[in-house]
Write a protein that binds this ligand. Structure first.
Ligand SMILES: [Mg+2]
Length: 403
C-alpha cells in the first residue's frame, strides 16, 4: 500500500507522540438550516514528548470524529486510533496511516473514520514541520511553485430569490475588489441542500449565474456549485446548455455523488468541466469517480479524503489521467493551509478554494486560526513558516469547545 511520509535530509529529532487531544468546536450562533459545515470543527492537537504540538482538523461531524479517534479498540480489526498513535514516531506518517487504516478496517475503510484520520494525519504533518523547522510543502517532495491561485468561494445568505441573487452579486464584487481573479458562486436555491427552504425554478438559477457574470465582467474565472441539484444528466443538461455563454470554468456537484454513470454522461456532454470529490474518502473512491465518472476536475478535501498524504496520492492519480485538481476546502485556516501546502507541490492544481476571513460569515473561519497565507495580486505566495504556518487562537478554541 502506497503511503506518504515527510522527506527530510539529515538526522531527525528523536521524539515520540505523547498525547492527542480532540476538541469539538461549535459556533454558538450556528444555524442547522444553513448549508455550511464551517460552523463546527474537530480540532486535533498532537503533542510530541518534547512539547511540540501539531494541529489538524477534519470536515465531518466533530462529535462522531472525536469518537472515531478516542473509542477503545476491542480487537485487531477494530483498534483505537489514539492507542495506535501514542508512542509512535511522528515522522513515520505513512506507516501510522497504514496502521490506522488497517487497524480500524472493520469500522472504517471509508466514511467517518477516514475523515477523522484526516485530522490526525494533518496534525502529524504540522508537528513534523515544526520539529524540523520547515514548512509542510518542503516535506512533501518536489520543487514548490512560487505562487498558487485561490478562488473565492461565495456562499450568500438570503431566504428569497432577490435577496439571494443580490447577496451573491455583492460578495462577487467584494471578491473582485479584494483582487481575486477567480470565484465560485454557490447557486443552491433548489434540490436537497437549498438554502433557507428555497424552492426556485431552474430558470432563476440561470438568472443568478447571468447576474454574477455580468457583475464581475468577462475576465473573472467563474465556477458554479449547485450542490447536488439534479437527479439525472438530461435534466441538468437542459438547463446548463444555456450557461455556455457565461463561460463557466467548472460546474460542481450537479448530480448525486454516487450516480457515476449519469455523471459520466454529463461530463461528456456539458459545455463546461464537471467537478466532484468533496465528500470522497480514500484513493479508492476517487478511482471510481475518475474511471467510471470521467470528471474533468477532481476535488479532494484534505480534511475528508484521509489527510494530506492521501490527497497527494489522489493528485498523482489525476495527473496520470490528465485531470485537473481543484481541492475542496470549506473550513478554518488550519485546513485551508494544509490545502495550500499540498497545492504548492501539485502543478496540475488549477486553483485552491480560499474563503478569506473578511468574506466569511462563519465565526470559526474568522476567529479560530490565522494562516500565514496572504493574497497578493490575486495570488498566494509560497509560505515560509514551519509546519502549516497556522497560529491558533487558543482562547477562541476554549470559548467554542463543547466537548
Ligand atoms: Mg460544494
Amino acid at each position: 500500500m502506497r503511503t506518504v511520509s515527510p522527506i527530510v535530509d539529515g538526522p531527525l529529532p528523536r521524539v515520540r507522540i505523547a498525547d492527542i487531544e480532540c476538541r469539538v468546536l461549535l459556533a454558538p450562533d450556528y444555524d442547522p438550516q444553513f448549508t455550511s459545515s464551517a460552523q463546527d470543527s474537530l480540532v486535533v492537537a498532537i503533542r510530541a514528548d518534547d512539547g511540540t504540538v501539531g494541529i489538524g482538523e477534519c470536515d465531518a461531524n466533530p462529535w462522531i470524529a472525536k469518537a472515531c479517534i478516542e473509542s477503545p479498540g476491542t480487537h485487531t480489526m477494530g483498534q483505537c486510533i489514539k492507542d495506535i498513535l501514542i508512542g509512535s514516531n511522528p515522522f513515520e506518517i505513512g506507516e501510522i496511516w497504514r496502521r490506522m487504516y488497517l487497524g480500524t478496517a472493520m469500522n472504517g475503510r471509508r466514511g467517518m473514520i477516514i475523515h477523522a484520520m484526516s485530522a490526525v494525519e494533518m496534525a502529524l504533518w504540522d508537528l513534523c514541520g515544526k520539529l524540523v523547522g520547515k514548512p509542510v510543502h518542503a516535506l512533501l517532495g518536489g520543487k514548490p511553485r512560487d505562487f498558487i491561485v485561490p478562488y473565492a468561494s461565495l456562499q450568500p445568505g438570503g431566504h428569497s430569490f432577490a435577496e439571494y441573487r443580490d447577496a451573491l452579486v455583492a460578495s462577487a464584487l467584494n471578491a473582485k475588489a479584494l483582487g481575486f481573479t477567480a470565484i465560485k458562486s454557490e447557486v443552491t436555491m433548489n434540490g436537497p441542500y437549498a438554502h433557507g427552504g428555497m424552492n426556485e425554478p431552474y430558470e432563476r438559477h440561470t438568472e443568478v449565474v447571468a447576474a454574477v457574470r455580468k457583475a464581475v465582467g468577462p475576465e473573472m474565472t467563474l465556477m458554479v456549485d449547485v450542490q447536488y441539484l439534479w437527479e439525472d444528466a438530461a435534466t441538468c443538461l437542459s438547463v446548463v446548455r444555456d450557461w455556455a455563454e457565461f463561460d463557466i470554468f467548472f460546474l460542481e456537484t450537479p448530480l448525486w455523488s454516487d450516480n457515476l454513470e449519469e455523471i459520466a454522461k454529463l461530463a461528456e456532454r456539458a459545455p463546461m468541466k464537471i467537478a466532484f470529490g468533496e465528500w470522497l474518502a480514500t484513493r479508492h473512491e476517487f478511482k471510481e469517480l475518475m474511471d467510471v465518472g470521467h470528471v474533468q476536475v477532481a476535488q479532494p478535501d484534505v480534511g475528508r479524503v484521509g489527510g494530506i498524504g492521501e490527497a497527494k496520492i489522489v493528485c498523482d492519480m489525476a495527473a496520470e489521467r490528465d485531470m485537473l485538481i481543484v481541492p475542496h476546502c470549506w473550513k478554518t485556516g488550519i485546513s485551508i493551509s494544509a490545502t495550500a501546502h499540498l497545492a504548492f507541490v501539485t502543478p496540475h492544481c488549477a486553483f485552491i478554494e480560499y474563503l478569506p476571513p473578511t468574506l466569511a460569515v462563519e465565526r470559526l473561519r474568522r476567529e479560530l486560526a490565522q494562516e500565514e497565507l496572504r493574497l497578493e495580486n490575486g495570488r498566494i505566495p509560497l509560505p515560509q513558516k514551519p509546519g502549516l504556518g497556522v497560529e491558533v487562537d487558543w482562547d477562541v478554541v476554549r470559548k467554542y469547545t463543547v466537548a
